[in-house]
Design a protein around this ligand. Structure first.
Ligand code: GDG
Length: 459
């Protein structure tokens, strides 16, 4: 294989950012091919120049650009995070449509494409990540690159009826068809995108499954992303993990722990989850004083108005539940708006009786896979998973729920808390098998195999 060239908004240029599975997976591929990783430096400057930050680490080159304040506001905060993020999570109601922001989004995709195109060599394969760069394939083609370009969307792709709400839907879809391979997290996303291309763009499905559309062919597949299962399992057994488990154990005093860990984002279904927890305490008095729910929710993208509102809603709901049910020696629902180390999270997952992962919509959701790998095989906890997370297509042995149905969710939490050990083990073994077999390397290899096949075909 030739060099792999990765493009993503944020890169792992900072060694501290390499702990996550995705960063490690991309890093490994880049290392083995002497590849290059392009993206945003994370800095905002008055006036971005064409001067780039470059650095080399372990054979991998990073080429990073700053964003201007205007680009950061329009491309990143507005178009990517206040238009694409809500619409792709089926939340047209939260989108702030903005034609000017789209123009800046186009310009940033083109600017980064030109900085990439200058450095591409024959034999390279390009791998673009996520919703910040939907147009990158098209921009690279315009800049003269005709080699393979793969694209992986980490968030959901909505049904055509929702996608059409985006004023720029046709522009975006047409641009996306310049990718050679488009990877989605789930069959649901793949079928949503394919249906849009068939209904709106007269796409034809070829015998080999590829789509013929806009006078080109594109491979559209689901490649569900995994985690570094082995390393997360090991993280749960570290000293740091044990210390975290002991700390929370002192607080629990023998009570059962129900845990949730999510970035504070409206897609994660936190208000609905809190309301279901309220129902749990309303409907099952035996949980009073015997069950403690801890939600860890590190704030994210705090500049966007919806996140501030979400924070207020959660404060109000937690206050209500604790006010109604709390006692001198019991806090029913603890909500911690801060982040913890990966090992600490693993330690908390390990001693939890129930893991609550109930997004309203999620591309994949990695937390549920991490929860599975952190469990103690002698006494595994129960995973409650939203049917609207991409992971639900793989993790069928979880207790699958509709997060909007709060009464039912309360019932399922109760069921999880009282599940006999035999059933817990049986379900966990099945979940563990899927998470270890379909891990991050499996994902990366599947995607790159399909991208490489095009390289071979084109050479
Ligand atoms: C996007 C898609 C898709 C969370 N709190 C802390 C912390 N985390 C870690 C988790 C997990 C990661 O962040 C979150 O990943 P998710 O998959 O749950 O969600 P998104 O951030 O929305 O990710 C998603 C993913 O991309 C990958 O393709 O699965 O659907 O939305 O690893 O453990 N990590 C640390 N402290 C925290 O407090 N260290």
């Amino acid at each position: 294989m030739g060099r792999l060239i990765a493009i993503s908004n944020r890169t792992a240029a900072d060694p501290g950012a390499r702990a996550g599975g995705l960063a490690v997976a991309v890093w490994e591929s880049l290392k083995s091919t002497g590849g290059v990783w392009f993206g945003w430096s994370g800095d905002i400057v008055e006036q971005p120049t064409r001067s780039l930050h470059t650095m080399k680490d372990d054979g991998v080159e990073f080429v990073l650009t700053d964003l201007s304040q205007h680009e950061h506001d329009q491309y990143y905060l507005k178009y990517a995070n206040s238009v694409l993020w809500p619409v792709f999570h089926y939340r047209i109601d939260l989108a702030s449509f903005d034609a000017d922001a789209f123009q800046v989004y186009v310009a940033v995709n083109q600017r980064i494409a030109s900085m990439v195109a200058d450095r591409l060599k024959e034999g390279d394969s390009v791998w673009v990540h996520d919703y910040h760069f939907l147009l990158m394939g098209d921009s690279l083609r315009r800049a003269g690159w005709d080699g393979p370009i793969g694209f992986f969307l980490h968030i959901p792709f909505p049904p055509p009826e929702v996608f059409r709400a985006l004023p720029e839907h046709l522009w975006i879809a047409r641009a996306m068809c310049n990718y050679s391979v488009i990877g989605f997290q789930s069959e649901q996303d793949r079928s949503n995108f394919t249906r849009y291309l068939i209904e709106d763009c007269k796409a034809k499905v070829l015998d080999d499954g590829r789509l013929e559309v806009f006078a080109t062919t594109v491979k559209v597949e689901a490649y569900p992303i995994g985690i570094d299962a082995e390393s997360f399992e090991a993280a749960a057994k570290t000293e740091k993990a044990q210390e975290a488990a002991e700390r929370i154990g002192r607080f629990l005093g023998g009570r059962s722990l129900v845990i949730g860990v999510d970035r504070m984002d409206y897609s994660k279904g936190l208000p609905q989850r809190f309301e279901a927890v309220g129902r749990l305490f309303d409907d099952y008095p035996e949980t009073h004083g015997t069950v403690s729910v801890t939600q860890i929710a590190p704030p994210s993208r705090s500049k966007v108005e919806e996140y501030r509102e979400l924070r207020q809603t959660l404060d109000r709901l937690a206050g209500r539940i604790n006010g109604d049910y709390g006692d001198l020696d019991w806090i029913p629902l603890r909500y911690l708006a801060r982040s913890y180390d990966r090992e600490e999270l693993a330690g908390l997952f390990r001693i939890a009786r129930v893991g609550l992962v109930t997004p309203l919509r999620d591309g994949m959701n990695l937390v549920c896979k991490e929860f599975v790998m952190a469990q103690d095989e002698e006494d595994p906890g129960v995973l409650i998973l939203s049917e609207f997370a991409g992971a639900a297509e793989q993790l069928k042995a979880a207790l699958l729920v509709n997060p909007h149905d709060k009464r039912k969710l309360a019932e399922v939490i109760h069921h999880g808390l009282t599940m006999p050990i035999e059933e817990r083990r049986e379900r966990w073994l099945e979940l563990r098998k899927v998470v270890t077999e379909q891990d991050i390397s499996w994902w990366r290899q599947n995607f790159l195999k399909d991208l490489d096949a095009l390289q071979t075909g084109s050479s």
